[in-house]
Design a binder for this molecule. Sequence first.
Ligand code: ATP
Length: 140
Amino acid sequence: MSIHIDIVTAERLVFSEDADIVLVPGIEGEMGILPHHAPLMTMIRPGEILVRKGTEEFSMAISGGFLEVKPDHITILADAAERADEIDIARAEAAKKRAEERLSSRTAAEVSGALAEAALRRALIRLKVAQKRRQRRTVI
Ligand code: ATP
């Protein structure tokens, strides 16, 4: 028994596989979705998506989006999404540094550093997903 998951952005199909369970960063916390889940539509937060199938595990970074669950099919419409093997670590490190610099040079007069905070969050998620894959490969 499995559930199919498609992760799509405006530009491309990022991931399409059958899964035993899918872990998604829901607006109200982590959600585990199994086959025959009740139909559902909700927003998702920036974070990591984990897909488990047998002994395999796939990890993806997602910058938020929309989740639709049907009993045998999950669709995630993502603002941006990358599989762990696609993440450019140097690019994410540079984005993290830029966002940190923007946040630290913020003056008290500036109302919000929300854009820099969001950019920092995206970079940290990408680094986490990519580094986890690296560690796993080292073990193997
Ligand atoms: P940057 O400042 O490096 O562009 P960003 O967080 O502003 O990062 P996004 O706007 O979230 O980037 O994404 C723009 C596009 O670039 C998307 O297609 C996304 O998948 C891709 N992308 C962003 N960062 C990376 C990365 N480190 N590795 C691979 N693809 C990335």
